[in-house]
Design a protein around this ligand. Structure first.
Ligand SMILES: Nc1ncnc2c1ncn2[C@@H]1O[C@H](COP(=O)(O)OP(=O)(O)OP(=O)(O)O)[C@@H](O)[C@H]1O
Length: 302
């Protein structure tokens, strides 16, 4: 459904490539995640796939159609939800949906089944102007509008950015349901924890794809024993651990620090060192790596 080969983009008057030698395949029916921090190149890639931006070099096709030669054919068959809210703020919920259906020469009634589960949640607000909806509701309406012409491929650019945790979960539940209808979904996000909801994930940073794998594959490939540790003074603990030179890495995860030792160093050595530094109530245990640990480790390799 998506094939990208040696794709580059360099914006006018920019020295560096915003996308550098991107290669990517998304299979039919996949829920595929593109995960990376701000400025990684996610929006640039989505805009190329949505035929809104021409690549500097390389090739990309979606649904078997070339993003340079087949612009209008692609636009008819693609659902695209941009990162920024793109609907008409002064039109009501139902006016927006009707408008997008009309653009694609269809009607809301014709494809209602596809959006029903989502639209039901918006129905009580159908007369409300889109600009007056909450963030989560806006995302749901934008998703309905991207779906109303029954696309074969759905591109969602950071649909959950700035949305609260409950709405984020609901949004991913909806994507899971849409996937069951056979729709192919390519979704970008800066939130690493959302990777576990995807069939496969590409990690992107500084315009380069670092890896493509299943969430399980990513977790299974974590190469080191991993520990979590906390003490009474968390910020000082982190600083002291970094200064100890015993560690390969240390990252704060909520109330814990996650750490990996340099070759040959042990927890006993670290505890001795931290005790000398005045730390008390030290608690630690060995843990299995989560997807965020894996991504942070892979980003270090750059
Ligand atoms: N129109 C443009 N002109 C010049 N540089 C641009 C333009 N659009 C994006 N860039 C640059 O390209 C790089 C990738 O940006 P892009 O928006 O694709 O990343 P992103 O992963 O979507 O991040 P964000 O979530 O912050 O938008 C950044 O360095 C950005 O500053």
């Amino acid at each position: 459904m998506v094939e990208v080969q040696n794709l580059h983009i360099r914006y006018k008057e920019q020295k560096d490539f915003a996308l550098h030698d991107i290669n990517l395949n998304v299979e039919k029916g996949e829920l595929f995640g593109l995960i990376g921090p701000d400025g990684a190149g996610k929006t640039s890639l989505f805009r190329i796939l949505a035929t809104l931006l021409l690549p500097t070099s390389g090739r990309a096709s979606v649904m078997g159609l070339d993003v340079v030669k087949d612009i209008y054919a692609i636009r008819r068959k693609l659902g695209y939800m941009p990162g920024r809210f793109s609907l008409y703020q002064d039109l009501s919920v139902e006016e927006n949906l009707n408008f997008f259906a009309t653009l694609f020469e269809t009607t809301v009634e014709e494809n209602y089944d596809l959006v029903k589960d989502i639209y039901i949640q918006l129905e009580p607000f159908k007369k409300r102007k889109a600009g007056q909806l909450s963030g989560g509701m806006k995302q749901k309406l934008a998703l309905c509008c991207a779906l109303i012409h029954k696309p074969e491929l759905l591109l969602l650019d950071e649909p959950t950015t700035g949305v609260d945790t409950v709405s984020r979960k609901e949004f991913w539940d909806m994507l899971g349901k849409l996937k069951k209808t056979g729709l192919t979904i390519l979704v970008s996000t800066p939130y690493m924890d959302e990777a576990s909801r995807c069939d496969r994930v590409a990690l992107i940073q500084n315009g380069k794809i670092l890896s493509v794998d299943t969430p399980k594959g990513i977790i299974d490939s974590f190469p080191y024993p991993l520990f979590q540790i906390k003490s009474k003074e968390m910020a000082k603990l982190h600083k002291d651990m970094i200064e100890s030179k015993l560690l390969h890495s240390a990252h704060i995860f909520g109330e814990w620090n996650h750490l990996v030792f340099n070759d040959g160093n042990t927890m006993e050595q670290l505890i001795d060192y931290l005790s000398l530094k005045g730390h008390t109530n030290i608690v630690w245990k060995e843990i299995a790596a989560g997807i965020e640990d894996c991504f942070i480790e892979r980003m270090r390799d750059l």
